[in-house]
Design a protein around this ligand. Structure first.
Ligand SMILES: [Zn+2]
Length: 689
């Protein structure tokens, strides 16, 4: 310590230091020194000078008539003095007063365990864990409970007991928070965010319920009281609760801002385009847009795309209406309108999309397609876009392709959402065979490709060579050779596969088998020791087999190469926060089963229907759920195929061997409360059909 600093330290009067609460000095960042005449001297760090007025007010409150004078120090000098003064302060106080209250840093009272020691004492965590978590907490500047929760060392209940012990205040839980805009307005947003607190509610006696990450921060408590005119009733705030709140609160704020931003951009584009009324000028503007990626139209288009990514949409539809366009996005398989594009700017917006995808902007009468990529949130997103002339305008559909997926990180365990454990086991057994053909079947958008990718994930190891042929490449996979079909260049599934077979792959994924040529190549690949995965457009597992034979494959070749078929569909998953239970009517039960015994059971089964709440955007559903019909090709089924059996016969044998049909898999989801009878009928039709 320098001489100067030493002098300063020695002139600090203990009585003044003790006259302030240590928490208050710490949170406000000052150390009182001495009083001379009408001045009260305090030490402050240079970085804290903006807080001068607050500190002056605190001094004035305690010593009216004195004016605060500041001695600014470098941060490290200030810290040194602060530590020095307060540790001395503590140890001396302890000698005289055993009842000294717990300090902000969590130092223990004599004879009683600190909250942290309690954690170790009752065996919730080890001493080493506590030490490690403490270090991380300091490093990341978060409270200890944030790390304990994140590492899953303590449950939320245990976190609550810890905070109760630490602060002697009741901790709040997620359920205690209700975001009420009128209450939020009591304090400015930046104050709430900076001080890490949540305003809970107005309580009786002009009190204000406030939960705080640092509930001992007297300075902030005082400030709340001054600016709201209510006296704060303080609760401890677990960090994970605060984070969850912040997420929801910030999301709501961002949605509000986003809507305003859209309005603003549309207004400014309208203003700009108002000058270009005739066709010639319009093209001049288009030229300008081509050059200008930072213009309003470009920003508007970018925003449509990024909002859709945020909403986890799979497609964006920009469709002409009379005099304007609408933008709809497909979320969980359902189209949802997000905004209107006024007629005055539609041309500029459509053109911008075409510019992005390097399409011919002068061509309006022919369909076009193209691709483009955008970096967003540190990830590259790829898009396929196509235009279609409809009633003199152009309809644009943009498919959002998922960003590259790392297959290396995945373990061997397959995770297939909605599949029962025994189904996953069956699929697992199927793919153990080093050669053969495994097919997934279902209509477009039934999740066939996702299932194949999941299987690939489980098979992706250093020592296997996986190659895919897709149309188009929908998900980029790390560590896998992906090629794309290109009909214009005469690169078809079949020709591509023949080229690939010369490169000795172990596993080949073919996007789709839709003609005999591809099927024939797949069969010969399977016969020469390769595992082939592909998809077929059929309605059931059994129908897939007969479809292959209809395509022209010899039945004995199908029977000897086919390893298994997985038929699948996607149904919407009920929102757990709002679904409502009920008992079904007789008629409803008949819609989902044609077995009288099952019907009777179902009448007594509690089912759920959709309602809608904030969690699910008032849709009643969140996300989707697969239903699967997994058919391993057993010896018996092979025999049936070779005999040219009908698919009904094949299905009966498979069911007898334990296969669940799509309908029974969906019925299971209904009974378990995961989806509705409406979804059953929408996706699978009536049971008796
Ligand atoms: Zn809901």
């Amino acid at each position: 310590m320098s001489n100067q600093l030493e002098k300063l330290k020695n002139s600090i009067k203990k009585e003044y230091v003790e006259s302030f609460e240590q928490d208050l000095m710490k949170s406000s960042g000052f150390v009182p020194v001495d009083k001379r005449q009408n001045n009260f001297y305090v030490i402050i760090s240079k970085s804290n000078l903006k807080n001068k007025e607050n500190i002056a007010a605190i001094i004035k409150e305690k010593y009216s008539g004195l004016t605060a004078q500041f001695i600014p120090l470098e941060q490290n000098e200030f810290d040194e003095i602060f530590e020095n003064v307060n540790s001395k302060n503590n140890s001396e106080e302890r000698k005289v007063d055993v009842q000294q209250k717990e300090t902000a840093s969590g130092a223990s009272q004599q004879g009683e365990l600190s909250a942290e020691d309690m954690l170790v004492g009752i065996g919730w965590i080890t001493k080493e864990q506590l030490q490690e978590c403490n270090q991380q907490a300091v490093k990341r500047d978060v409270p200890l409970d944030a790390i304990l929760f994140e590492k899953e060392l303590l449950s939320s209940d245990k976190i609550a007991s810890y905070l109760q012990k630490k602060y002697g205040l009741k901790p709040i839980s997620k359920q205690d928070i209700k975001v009420d805009k009128s209450i939020l307005k009591l304090l400015p947003d930046d104050f709430i965010e900076k001080k890490k607190l949540i305003i809970l509610s107005i309580e009786t006696g002009n009190k204000l319920g406030v939960a705080m990450i640092n509930p001992k921060d007297q300075y902030t408590i005082r400030e709340i009281s001054l600016s709201t005119g209510r006296s704060p009733n303080v609760y401890a705030l677990p960090y994970h609760v605060y984070e969850a709140y912040l997420k929801e609160y910030l999301i709501q704020k961002r949605i509000d801002q986003s809507a305003k931003e859209t309005e603003r951009i549309i207004a400014s584009i309208e203003e700009e385009t108002a000058q270009y009324v005739d066709e010639d000028n319009l093209w001049a503007q288009v030229e300008k847009e081509l050059q200008d990626a930072s213009g309003n139209v470009a920003r508007f288009v970018h925003k449509i795309i990024t909002d859709s990514i945020d909403a986890k949409a799979s497609d964006i539809h920009i469709e002409p209406r009379l005099g304007y366009y609408v933008v709809r996005i497909r979320q969980d398989g359902i189209l949802k309108k997000i905004l209107d594009i006024p007629g005055t700017i539609e041309q500029a917006v459509i053109t911008r999309f075409k510019v992005l995808a390097k399409m011919n902007i002068a061509e309006h009468r022919r369909p076009q397609d193209g691709t483009f990529s955008i970096r967003y949130n540190d990830r590259m997103y790829d898009f396929r876009i196509n235009t279609l002339p409809v009633s003199g305008k152009e309809k644009v559909v943009i498919r959002i392709l998922a960003p590259a997926v790392s297959l290396k990180a995945a373990g061997e365990k397959m995770i297939i959402a909605g599949a029962a454990d025994d189904d996953i086991q069956k699929i697992h057994d199927m793919v153990q065979s080093p050669n053969g053909i495994i097919l997934t079947s279902g209509p477009t958008g039934s999740g066939k490709t996702t299932t194949l990718y999941t299987i690939l994930k489980a098979l992706n190891k250093e020592d296997v060579n996986i190659t895919t042929i897709e149309d188009p490449v929908e998900i980029k996979l790390e560590g896998i050779n992906q090629s794309q079909v290109n009909a214009k260049a005469d690169i078809t599934f079949a020709s591509c596969m023949r080229a690939i077979l010369r490169q000795d792959p172990d596993i080949i994924l073919v996007g789709e088998i839709r003609d005999f040529e591809t099927l024939e190549t797949a069969i010969s690949a399977a016969l020469t020791g390769h595992l082939v995965l592909s998809t077929v457009h059929t309605n059931s597992a059994a129908a897939t087999i007969t479809r292959l034979i209809e395509m022209g494959a010899k039945d004995y070749l199908v029977s000897s190469t086919l390893t298994g078929v997985i038929a699948q569909r996607l149904v919407r998953r009920l929102c757990d926060s709002c679904k409502e239970s009920y008992y079904p009517s007789e008629e409803e039960v008949k819609h989902i089963s044609n077995n009288p015994k099952v019907q009777e059971e179902l009448l007594k089964t509690k089912m759920y229907k959709k309602k809608g709440c904030k969690e699910c955007g008032f849709l009643g559903y969140t996300g989707r759920l697969g239903i699967y019909e997994v058919m391993p090709i057993t010896r018996e089924i092979k025999k049936l195929i070779a005999q040219g059996a009908h698919d009904i016969e094949i299905e009966e044998v498979a069911v007898a061997a334990g296969m669940k049909t799509l309908k029974s898999a969906c019925l299971n989801h209904i009974i378990e409360g995961r989806t509705t009878t409406d979804e059953f009928i929408r996706v699978l039709g009536y049971a008796n059909e």
